[in-house]
Design a protein around this ligand. Structure first.
Ligand SMILES: NC(=O)c1ccc[n+]([C@@H]2O[C@H](COP(=O)([O-])OP(=O)(O)OC[C@H]3O[C@@H](n4cnc5c(N)ncnc54)[C@H](O)[C@@H]3O)[C@@H](O)[C@H]2O)c1
Length: 409
C-alpha cells in the first residue's frame, strides 16, 4: 500500500513565521491616505482607532447607531487634526439595508474611490438578555403563545459582523489600484490595501461564564476569522486579522461587570489601539489574531542565550516568573532574569497549536481512511453524489416551483 500523504497543518494553516511582538513595529506612514471604515466607531475602541489614525492622514468613515456621539467625535477630530476626510454616517449593523447604504456612501466619500481597511467593530453585550436566556422566565408549557428569547447580542455581534464582512469581501478587492495581499507587500503611503479586521474578544477563546449569547457570538467571530484567514487571501487577495481584547473599561461594560472585575488587572483602550495600528500599518501581516490583555510587567527566567522565557514564544509559565510588578508602580528593582512588559500576544500561532495538531491528526486519519477506499471508492462516491436524487426519490428542491403560501382570512 502506498504511504498516506500527511496533511501539514503548519504549512497549510500558518504559512508565516510567528510575529515578533517583543517590540511592536508600527509603520505609521502607511496609514496616510488609507480609507478606513469602522462600524461602531462612536465610542470605546472604535473612537480610539479613529482618534489615533485621524492625525496621521487616514480617511475615516465611522458608522454607529449613536448619532450624537458619532457626530461629536468627528466634529472634534476635524477641528483638532484639520483632517477633512473624517465622516460619520448613521448605521445599524443589524439592518442589511443600512449596511449597504453605509458602504456605498463610504466609497462615495473616499478620496480615491475605494476602501483599504474595514474594521468590524460594533458590538453589544446584554447581561439581562444573557440572564433571561439561561434562566427562562416564560411558562413555555402553558402559555399559548410564548415569546421567543431576544437575541440582540447575536443580531449585532454575529449577523451584523457577517453583513459587514460580506460587504468587505465585495468592496476590498475593488479598491482601485490595490493588489492582492502578500507577505512581501510594499508598505509605502501610496500603496493601497485590502484589509478586514474582526473584533473578537477573549470571549472568542474561553467562555465568559453567565454571558452565553456574548460568548457564542464571539466564538462565531473566531470561526469567521479562521475560515477567512486562509481563504480570503487566496480567493480575493484580502488579508484578514483579528483582535481579541481582554476586559477593558468602555461603555460596553456595565456596572455588574465592573463590580465583578473589581480588584483585577484590566486592559486599556490604548493597548487595543496599538495592536490595531500595528495590523493596519503593516500590510505584510496576514491572518493573525492578537490577544490584548492587561499590561503585565514581570521578571522572567532566561535561557542559555539570555532570552527571556516566554519572550516572543508566548506568555511565560508562572513558575518561570521571579517577580510581578504592581501595575500602579512604574519601576522594577534590579534582580535575576529579564524584564518583560507586554500587553499584546499573538494567539493564533501559539494557543491554537493544540487544536491544529488535533485537527491534523484527525485529517491524517481521514486521509488514511480515504487511501483505503482508493480510486474505486472515490468513483462510487462521485456517481452516488450525482445520482442520489434519482434513486432516493427526493425531488431537486432548486427545481421545485415555490408554492404560494395560503393566507388565512
Ligand atoms: N470593552 C471590552 O471589554 C471588550 C473586550 C473584548 C472585545 N470587545 C469588543 O470590542 C468591540 C467594541 O466595543 P467597545 O468596548 O468599544 O464598546 P462600546 O460600547 O464603547 O462601543 C461599541 C459601539 O458599537 C455601537 N453599536 C452597538 N450596536 C450597534 C448597531 N446595531 N449598529 C451600529 N453600531 C452599534 C455602539 O453604539 C458603540 O458606539 C465590540 O465588538 C466588543 O464586543 C470589547
Amino acid at each position: 500500500m502506498s504511504p498516506v500523504p500527511k496533511y501539514d497543518f503548519n504549512a497549510q494553516g500558518r504559512r508565516l513565521p510567528q510575529l515578533d511582538l517583543s517590540s511592536l513595529k508600527i509603520n505609521i506612514a502607511f496609514i496616510r491616505n488609507k480609507t478606513i471604515v469602522i462600524t461602531g466607531g462612536a465610542s470605546g475602541f472604535g473612537a480610539g482607532f479613529c482618534t489615533e489614525w485621524a492625525p496621521h492622514g487616514a480617511n475615516i468613515i465611522i458608522g454607529d447607531v449613536n448619532v450624537a456621539a458619532g457626530e461629536a467625535l468627528i466634529a472634534k477630530l476635524r477641528l483638532e487634526t484639520n483632517n477633512k476626510n473624517l465622516h460619520f454616517i448613521h448605521l445599524d449593523v443589524t439592518s442589511w439595508r443600512s449596511q449597504v447604504d453605509f458602504f456605498r456612501e463610504a466609497v462615495r466619500l473616499s478620496p480615491h474611490g475605494g476602501i483599504d481597511t474595514v474594521v468590524a467593530n460594533a458590538g453589544v453585550n446584554g447581561p439581562r438578555e444573557a440572564n433571561l436566556f439561561e434562566n427562562p422566565m416564560s411558562d413555555y408549557l402553558n402559555d399559548p403563545d410564548p415569546p421567543a428569547p431576544t437575541l440582540k447580542t447575536i443580531d449585532v455581534n454575529l449577523t451584523g459582523v457577517l453583513y459587514t464582512a460580506h460587504l468587505a469581501l465585495f468592496y476590498l478587492p475593488r479598491n482601485p489600484d490595490s493588489t492582492p495581499c502578500s507577505p512581501t507587500s510594499p508598505s509605502g503611503p501610496g500603496q493601497r490595501d485590502r484589509h478586514l479586521i474582526l473584533l473578537g474578544s477573549i470571549a472568542s477563546l474561553y467562555p465568559v461564564v453567565t454571558q452565553t449569547p456574548y460568548t457564542v457570538s464571539k466564538h462565531a467571530v473566531l470561526g469567521l476569522f479562521r475560515s477567512l484567514r486562509m481563504n480570503a487571501p487566496l480567493s480575493s487577495g484580502i488579508r484578514v486579522n483579528m483582535l481579541c481584547p481582554y476586559f477593558v473599561h468602555t461603555p460596553i461594560l456595565g456596572t455588574p461587570a465592573r463590580l465583578v472585575l473589581s480588584g483585577n488587572a484590566i486592559g486599556s483602550v490604548e493597548d487595543v489601539v496599538e495592536a490595531a495600528t500595528c495590523l493596519v500599518s503593516r500590510p505584510e501581516i496576514i491572518g493573525r489574531a492578537l490577544v490584548i490583555g492587561p499590561k503585565v510587567k514581570v521578571r522572567v527566567q532566561v535561557d542559555e542565550d539570555g532570552i527571556g522565557l516566554g519572550g516572543t514564544d508566548g506568555i511565560p509559565y508562572v513558575e518561570q516568573v521571579f517577580e510581578v510588578a504592581d501595575p500602579e508602580r512604574s519601576g522594577m528593582p534590579d534582580g535575576q532574569g529579564a524584564i518583560q512588559e507586554r500587553a499584546i500576544w499573538e494567539v493564533y500561532a501559539d494557543d491554537f497549536q493544540h487544536a491544529d495538531h488535533f485537527t491534523a491528526r484527525m485529517m491524517n486519519l481521514n486521509q488514511a481512511a480515504s487511501a483505503v477506499k482508493g480510486w474505486i471508492g472515490f468513483a462510487v462516491d462521485m456517481a452516488s453524489a450525482i445520482t442520489w436524487r434519482l434513486w432516493s426519490g427526493k425531488p431537486n428542491r432548486e427545481m421545485t416551483p415555490v408554492k404560494k403560501e395560503r393566507t388565512s382570512k
